[in-house]
Design a protein around this ligand. Structure first.
Ligand SMILES: Cc1ncc(COP(=O)(O)O)c(C=O)c1O
Length: 475
């Protein structure tokens, strides 16, 4: 029997090869089945998950058995988020090249904290960073942390903001904490994402201790309503509202906020990617004037979870908030010999010390797509969102947002009718859409974010949505 102990004695044994090939085969079969299976898992497959509620055995179990159980029980009970017709939340699929890079990086098993010990992971991340700044139209010298997602990207960038605004006030927040510190005013739009408040809370800035600026019917901050600012202040803007896809007026707010000495942060979890499209970049105008930005790669760039990026114009502010030293760790920005340029230690810019080489998938996705591929991915998914909106509006249903990006909000009548249709769509399995309440109106959200979605998927989904809407409303 192959046990973990003897497997580690022969890491390249035929048993290991067969295990990994078998797992790859199962994963490929899973992906191949996605377009045809129901998007949501069946109640029976969810019930079968109770088989996981077992005692941990004393004796080892063969790795093949472990993977078989995971596949046979887990795969059918998964939501087909990697497939072409999942339109809930803002969930991209995973580009095949990004999955493949993820597998290779898992085999590398690098603790990608320091250049000197994991040079490949650090160099690939550094290359990806340069491409990201270029693609997203951000200043070339930005510092950046590759983190788990937009929540952590916002957290990381806001930690740099907290450092900078307090440092200007003569306070060292990393050393002395927030007790007795000069108060920081945090300004947000009234439709900021819920996780931004979570990031603020973790930073000790308070989920509720914020000044909320009124927004318009699309969720855009009303720039003229920005309060007068004085003292240490962080203004948080948004690129891509999770319901409407709308963008705050970056140029106007940056102008006012900077004139008063504030730091401007942009939560661009998915909307930042509009900057990569020549057709949509106008939506992000002025965004490059901010001081920091948070985004996801696991949304619109379509890399596997978990992957987000914090960008900070002043790399020293980010490093001051994140870097640590210890006697046994390599010094910041040092490294092995032979490097052609300064060697960037990834962990100088992230909350984590030990971390996986998540820049690898970002690099692979960008390298494979190229500039045109990224723009095409963003534009294509937006065009599908418009197709949904046109089809639904033509059938007489109400589109609640200006479809400027990849988000559609639709209502099918009153609250109960809309909820009935959403439940029917989720149970039907052709596609999956979720509900929301937008400025008091219960609506269905359609978010098109996956590389895998085709026009035919939109047609098929629209047909199912309209069929179910007719069956579950009085129309
Ligand atoms: C605008 C915005 N900010 C932050 C987040 C949180 O992102 P994550 O779930 O990757 O942490 C989301 C998620 O949809 C979002 O849309």
């Amino acid at each position: 029997m192959s046990t973990p102990a003897n497997a580690s004695r022969n890491i390249a044994s035929s048993a290991v090869r067969s295990l990994l090939e078998n797992s790859a085969e199962r994963a490929i079969r899973y992906l191949e089945g996605l377009p045809e299976r129901a998007v949501a898992p069946s109640p029976a497959s969810i019930s079968a998950l109770s088989a996981f509620e077992e005692q941990l055995a004393d004796a080892p179990v063969a790795p093949e058995t472990v993977i078989r159980q995971l596949d046979e029980l887990g795969s059918p009970a998964s939501m087909a988020m990697a497939g072409p017709r999942f339109f809930g939340f803002v969930i991209g699929g995973s580009l095949p090249v990004a999955v493949a890079a993820n597998w290779l990086a898992a085999a590398w098993d690098q603790n990608a904290a320091f250049y000197s010990v994991t040079p490949a992971a650090a160099a690939v991340e550094q290359a990806a960073l340069g491409w990201l700044l270029d693609t997203l139209g951000l200043p070339a010298g930005c510092g950046a942390g590759f983190v788990t997602g937009a929540t952590m990207a916002n957290f990381t960038a806001l930690a740099a903001a907290r450092h900078a605004v307090l440092s200007r006030a003569g306070w060292n927040v990393e050393a002395d904490g927030l007790f007795g510190a000069p108060p920081i005013t945090v300004v947000v739009g009234a439709e900021a994402h819920s996780t931004l408040f979570k990031s603020l809370g973790i930073l000790g800035l308070g989920r509720n201790r914020v000044v909320r600026v009124p927004v318009d019917g699309q969720g855009r901050m009303i720039a003229s309503a920005l309060p007068r600012i004085s003292g240490p202040t962080i203004v948080c803007l948004q690129a891509g509202n999770v319901n409407t896809g709308s963008f705050d007026p970056f140029g106007e707010v940056c102008e006012k906020a900077h004139a008063d000495g504030a730091w401007v942060h942009v939560d661009g979890a998915f909307g930042l990617w509009a900057a990569a499209s020549p057709r949509l970049a106008h939506l992000t105008a002025g965004l490059e004037r901010a001081d920091s930005w948070g985004t996801d790669a696991h949304k619109w760039l379509n890399v596997p979870y978990d992957s987000g990026i914090a960008f900070v114009r002043d790399p020293d502010a980010l490093r001051a908030a994140m870097a640590v030293t210890a006697e046994y760790l390599p010094a910041p920005e040092s490294g092995g010999s032979g490097a052609a340029r300064p060697q960037r230690n990834p962990s100088d810019f992230t909350p984590e010390l030990s971390r996986r080489a998540r820049g690898v998938e970002v690099w692979a996705a960008l390298k494979s797509l190229g500039r045109e591929g990224v723009a095409d991915l963003v534009e294509r998914t937006c065009s599908y969102a418009r197709l949904f909106a046109e089809g639904l509006a033509a059938a007489g249903y109400t589109i609640r947002n200006d479809v400027v990006l990849n988000q559609v909000l639709v209502t099918f009548g009153d609250v109960q009718a809309t909820l009935r249709v959403i439940a029917a769509i989720q149970a039907d399995g052709t596609c999956w859409c979720g509900s929301t309440v937008w400025q008091g109106k219960t609506a269905m959200r359609i978010s098109v974010s996956s590389w895998a979605t085709t026009k035919e998927d939109v047609r098929k989904s629209l047909e199912a949505i309209l069929r179910l809407a007719r069956a579950h409303t009085s129309r």
